[in-house]
Design a protein around this ligand. Structure first.
Ligand code: PMP
Length: 323
C-alpha cells in the first residue's frame, strides 16, 4: 500500500514476492525512517487459522509511526493486509507442533529526497515466511551477556518504537554477546547503567521465591512487548503477584546468590518464552536457580502456547480467527 501527502493511502495490491526497485536517493536509505512489526499466524487445533492479538501489533505500529514522524496506517488496513495474505493459501502455515507463519509488516520512506525532514511518500509492505519451532528438541535455556558499554535506548529516544534503527544500534552489542558465548544481550538503562531494560529482541521477567513476577516498567526505553503484556495478565490470573518495577543488575546478582530469585525468563513473539539459565558479564558469571527451565516459566509458556493454538479458552479475546 502506498502513501503520499495530500493523497493518503492508495494502490493496495498483492504481488508475487519480488525485489522492490529503489532510487538511490530514497529517503529511507539515508535517514532510516522505517518501522516494522512481527507476529505469527497459527493452525489452530480445530483446523482453523488464528492470529494472536494483531490489534495490539496494529496499535504499536501506529505508535511507532507517530514517533518516527510517519503517517499512521489505519488499524483496519493493517488487519486486512494480514488476513488477506494469510487467507490466500492456508497451506503456507506449518501445522507441525510449534510451527507458524511469521508475518512481517513494515513501512518506509520511499520519497526520493535527500534532506533531513519527514518524507512525503511511504510504502507499507507485508511479507510472510513459514517458521518451525524455535526449540526443536525441547525448550532450551539461553545464556545472556550483560553489555557493559552499549545501551539500546535513551530517555526521549526511540526505544519504545519498533524501528529498524534501534536494531542497527544493537548489533554491535549482540555481536559482543556471541563473542562471549552468549545467545542474547541484556541492555541496561542508558542513564545510570544500572537498571535492566530488556534483551536484544525480548522482554524480561524475574520470578521470586514467594511466587511473584517482576518485569521492568515501560519508561519509554523498552519495547512494549505484546508477549510481555500477555504474560502479566496470565500470571496474575494464575494467582501470582505481578509488578512492573525497576530491577537493578546488582539486585539480580544478589537475589540469584541468595536463592530469593528462582527463575528468569525472556519473552517475545519469536520464542514465546525462553528460560534464562546463565548470565555472563565482565566481572564473571552466575546461574539462576539450577540453570534449567523453571516451573513457573514453563507453566506460563504452556498457557500462552495453548491459547495461541486454540487449545485453551481464550477468555481475553486475544485470538482472531481468519476466515
Ligand atoms: N523487545 C524487543 C527489543 C523486541 O524486538 C521484541 C520483539 N518484537 C520484544 C521486546 C518482544 O515483543 P513482542 O512480545 O511484541 O514480540
Amino acid at each position: 500500500i502506498r502513501y503520499a501527502d495530500g493523497k493518503g493511502w492508495y494502490d493496495a495490491r498483492v504481488e508475487a514476492r519480488a525485489p522492490i526497485p529503489m532510487d538511490p536517493a530514497s529517503a529511507v536509505l539515508h535517514y532510516a525512517q522505517e518501522i516494522f512489526e512481527g507476529l505469527k499466524a497459527y493452525q489452530s487445533v480445530d483446523g482453523g487459522v488464528t492470529l494472536f492479538r494483531p490489534e495490539a501489533n496494529a496499535a504499536r505500529f501506529a505508535a511507532s509511526a507517530r514517533r518516527m514522524a510517519m503517517p499512521e496506517l489505519p488499524e483496519q488496513a493493517f488487519l486486512e493486509s494480514l488476513e488477506h495474505l494469510v487467507g490466500i493459501d492456508r497451506d503456507w502455515i506449518p501445522s507441525v507442533e510449534g510451527g507458524s507463519l511469521y508475518l512481517r509488516p513494515f513501512m518506509f520512506a520511499s520519497e526520493v529526497f535527500l534532506g533531513v525532514r519527514p518524507a512525503n511518500e511511504y510504502l507499507y509492505v507485508l511479507i510472510a515466511s513459514p517458521v518451525g519451532s524455535y526449540f526443536s528438541g525441547g525448550v532450551q535455556p539461553v545464556t545472556v551477556w550483560v553489555s557493559p558499554d552499549y545501551t539500546r535506548a535513551a530517555p526521549g529516544g526511540t526505544g519504545a518504537a519498533k524501528c529498524g534503527g534501534n536494531y542497527a544500534a544493537s548489533l554491535v552489542a549482540q555481536a559482543e554477546a556471541i563473542e562471549h558465548g552468549c545467545d542474547q544481550v541484556v541492555f541496561l538503562d542508558a542513564v545510570e547503567r544500572r537498571w535492566v531494560d530488556e534483551l536484544g529482541g525480548m522482554n524480561v521477567f524475574f520470578v521470586y521465591d514467594d511466587g511473584s513476577l517482576v518485569t521492568p516498567p515501560l519508561t519509554g526505553t523498552i519495547l512494549p512487548g505484546i508477549t510481555r503484556e500477555s504474560v502479566l495478565r496470565l500470571a496474575e490470573r494464575a494467582g501470582h503477584t505481578v509488578a512492573e518495577q525497576p530491577v537493578s543488575f546488582e539486585q539480580w546478582q544478589a537475589d540469584a546468590a541468595s536463592g530469593r530469585l528462582r527463575e528468569v525468563f525472556a519473552c517475545g513473539t519469536a520464542a514465546v518464552i525462553t528460560p534464562i539459565g546463565e548470565v555472563r558479564h565482565p566481572g564473571g558469571s552466575f546461574t539462576v536457580g539450577d540453570g534449567g527451565p523453571g516451573a513457573v516459566t514453563m507453566s506460563v509458556r504452556q498457557q500462552l502456547v495453548d491459547i495461541q493454538r486454540g487449545a485453551a479458552d481464550d477468555e481475553y479475546g486475544w485470538v482472531r480467527r481468519v476466515r
